[in-house]
Design a protein around this ligand. Structure first.
Ligand SMILES: [Cu+2]
Length: 124
């Protein structure tokens, strides 16, 4: 069973990566070749930080650590998601080259309405 889950996870990851590669190469943004790495944690019903500033053209890698006491996830408007993470678990998300602002939120229960939102913000 565990093996099957892993295989499914690997397949999903591969598909997600293809989706990112396919969508993020927008014309008008020259990839800088730099990577912005950010660690996002949970405090109560908030993401810390809740604004992630990324230079246009940088690749973004988010490490989401569930430092809260409930189940949480991180979903991006691009369709990427970490999947549900129990307290203490973490997940690395390769968002790809950033060319526009992206909203993010927690999809568990009503957490988004309670404040679990963040924004990836492009800076020049
Ligand atoms: Cu949550």
């Amino acid at each position: 069973m565990t093996g099957r889950w892993r295989a499914a996870g690997a397949l999903f990851g591969a598909l997600a990566l293809i989706a990112v590669t396919g969508c993020s190469a927008e014309p008008g943004v020259t990839p800088t070749g730099d990577v912005t790495e950010v660690t996002v944690t949970v405090q109560g019903m908030h993401f810390i930080p809740d604004v992630i500033e990324v230079p246009a053209g940088d690749e973004l890698v988010i490490t989401f650590e569930n430092t809260g006491t409930d189940m949480h996830d991180l979903v991006l408007a691009t369709g990427l998601e970490t999947g549900h993470l129990a307290p203490g678990e973490s997940h690395v998300m390769e968002v790809g080259v950033i060319s526009a602002d992206i909203d993010g939120w927690c999809s568990v229960g009503n957490h988004r309405a309670m404040g679990m939102e963040l924004t990836v913000q492009v800076i020049e």
